[in-house]
Ligand binder design. Structure first.
Ligand SMILES: [Zn+2]
Length: 209
């Protein structure tokens, strides 16, 4: 059972466990929420969702699909080509999840902000109200530059590849911060450390932006 399942089912009574051949747990139904971020209007809305929670959750991220197709599939509402919702960059989502690693935590920090932004846009138009994450590699790399505190996409890319290596090997490589030293000799080393705790080396290798 994924952590927080009972709380999730009580927080979102329109959702229930859906029998499926999927190896993890599939939750389906009406996902109703009410949210009011600072200086934003209160929005109460609901969407039909299917949430696939992998057996390794919270080490791996659930995949969320919207089954009513209320969210426009026009390339501007963060729906991936495989129909899953693009809730944010994978590392950003893992980071949010690590702060509250259970289903209610995932719902509140990853699903609700996305749905709030979609409802806000459908109601009032304009851009997405959360930091716009462009589709594809450039947007994701910009997000990683911010997470790592680096200035250029190429640096974020190098930092990412170091996270896919064993620490000892990575420490011998040149540091991506531009200091002209080896990673092991730069304080940037410490900035990468928390990300090593978030995901495995193979996860970083498999999710190269
Ligand atoms: Zn450095």
């Amino acid at each position: 059972m994924p952590p927080g399942l009972t709380q999730f089912l009580s927080d979102y009574p329109g959702m229930s466990i859906h029998p499926s051949t999927y190896a993890g747990l599939e939750l389906r139904g009406t996902f109703a929420f009410s949210a009011q971020p600072p200086d934003r209007p209160l929005i109460t809305d609901s969407y039909s969702l299917a949430i696939r929670v992998p057996p390794t959750f919270p080490a791996a991220l659930p995949a969320v699909t919207e089954t009513d197709r209320r969210i426009p599939r026009d390339g501007r509402h963060h729906v991936n080509p495989d129909e899953t919702l693009c809730l944010g960059s994978p590392l950003r989502l893992l980071l949010s999840l690590s702060r509250r690693p259970d289903l209610p935590g995932f719902s509140e920090t990853c699903i609700v902000p996305y749905l709030y932004a979609v409802s806000h846009r459908l109601k009032f138009g304009g851009p997405f109200v959360f930091d716009e994450l462009d589709h594809g590699a450039p947007g994701v790399l910009r997000d990683y530059m911010e997470l790592f505190g680096l200035d250029y996409p190429q640096q974020a890319h190098s930092a990412w590849s170091l996270l896919g290596m064993k620490k000892r090997r990575a420490n011998k490589r040149s540091c991506p911060c531009g200091c002209d030293r080896r990673l092991g000799r730069c304080a940037f080393n410490h900035r990468l450390r928390p990300f090593r705790k978030l995901a495995s080396r193979s996860w970083f290798r498999a999710n190269t932006p």
